[in-house]
Design a protein around this ligand. Structure first.
Ligand code: NAP
Ligand code: GDD
Length: 325
């Protein structure tokens, strides 16, 4: 019989890439969607998988919806990707961020414990939990957490709850501590996509400025399509554990800008970029760089897409979108 997986956050960036991977492996995929006045399936359509998913209703802030859902579907695997995932918004919406990202995970784990204890669980943990910790110049599974935003703090709670359900109830629960990963369907608020979309607008004469915040922040940027393979591999491993996933290379926001303008064939990026205080954060995470050797050794996972190829892929997709319009 086909394995079954429930993906929360199915309409976001990672949900569609993971759904595609699992469908290719023969899974039946349930995708959790919350109530929407005007739902958009654009990201799933982009990967051509919308029609192959069975959509189920629920909300991470509504415990009973998750209890019913797990009781009804009893999936082999749950990938919890749902989150208020934009760090910048988490200062303004700290309570909502906590309810979705922290308490929502507790509700989901409880539902699994009560109704489907053999279900394997993946939690979308994040390098934002490390915040300003980088005592060795990189972060790995032994690096202490020092989150810098309500988002990062909510994810630390979820991380430890995931570990605790493993230790207390012997559930198969894993944390993937993923560093930034991007793609042509990355949300438009995140800096990479904001830059590639802005570059495409400038190239097509639809804008003449790109407003950004801190150009010095450094991130370890990989491709989402590579990272969902690590999620899958964690749940296939013989024992549940927590893994850092990243490329081991980092670049500044400015490096991304330079590469993106160059990929679009626009000289003199400085003519277009405006530093705008509105996009600076009350507390910044200045420098994230992964050491993913545990995932490489134990899971056989490796990043495949270079920084240059990632930027090019995103710029080309946005140029194509504007040309099509
Ligand atoms: P994303 O594009 O923001 O997608 C998040 C999804 O969560 C959206 O589909 C959203 O649904 C859903 N969601 C939000 N609140 C919900 C609620 N109350 N109930 C049900 N669903 C809800 O995020 P992503 O980039 O794919 O990331 C996936 C996960 O990995 C997130 O948990 C994120 O925090 C984590 N993560 C991401 C990265 C990265 O670089 N991308 C790195 C580390 C960890 P709507 O469409 O209805 O808004
Ligand atoms: N969004 C945004 N917009 N960020 C900007 C801008 C801007 O105009 N200008 C500079 N930045 C800087 C931010 O201050 C930050 O240092 C960096 O660009 C990256 O910002 P985001 O792309 O918003 O991502 P993030 O690193 O804060 O968070 C993402 O990665 C995390 C993993 O480390 C999100 O996907 C999180 O959900 C994820 O957990």
């Amino acid at each position: 019989m086909a394995k079954t997986a429930l993906i929360t956050g199915i309409l976001g960036q990672d949900g569609p890439y993971l759904a595609k991977l699992l469908l290719e492996k023969g899974y039946k995929v349930y995708g959790l969607i919350r109530r929407y006045s005007n739902p958009t399936f654009d990201n799933l359509d982009f990967l051509g998988v919308t029609k192959k998913i069975e959509f189920v209703d629920g909300d991470m802030t509504d415990e009973s919806s998750l209890l019913h859902l797990i009781k009804r579907t009893m999936p082999d695997e749950v990938y919890n990707l749902a989150a208020q995932s934009f760090v910048g918004a988490s200062w303004q919406q700290a309570k909502l961020t906590t309810e979705i990202n922290a308490l929502g995970v507790l509700y989901l784990l409880n539902a699994i414990k009560f109704f489907s204890p053999t279900t394997k669980f993946y939690q979308a943990s994040t390098s934002e939990m490390f915040g300003i910790s980088h005592d060795k110049g990189f972060q790995d599974e032994n690096t202490i957490f020092h989150p810098r935003s309500p988002y990062g703090i909510s994810k630390v709670y979820a991380y430890w709850m995931t570990v605790n359900f493993r230790e207390s109830y012997d559930l198969f629960t894993c944390n993937g501590i993923l560093f930034n990963h991007e793609s042509p369907i990355r949300g438009i608020q995140f800096v990479t996509r904001k830059i590639t979309d802005g570059v495409a607008q400038i190239k097509n004469g639809l804008a003449d400025k790109l407003h950004l915040g801190n150009l010095d922040a450094r991130r370890d940027w990989g491709f989402a399509g590579d990272y969902v393979e690590a999620m899958y591999l964690m749940l296939q491993h013989k024992t549940p554990d927590d893994y850092v996933v990243g490329t081991g290379e980092n670049h500044s926001v400015k490096d991304f800008v330079v590469e993106a303008f160059s990929a679009a064939g626009i000289p003199d990026w400085e003519k277009y970029v405006v530093i705008d205080a509105r996009f600076k954060r009350p507390a910044e995470v200045p420098n994230l760089k992964a050491r993913a050797s545990k995932a490489e050794k134990q899971l056989g996972w490796k990043t495949k897409t270079s920084f240059k190829d990632l930027v090019k892929m995103m710029v080309e997709a946005d140029l194509k979108r504007y040309e099509a319009k």
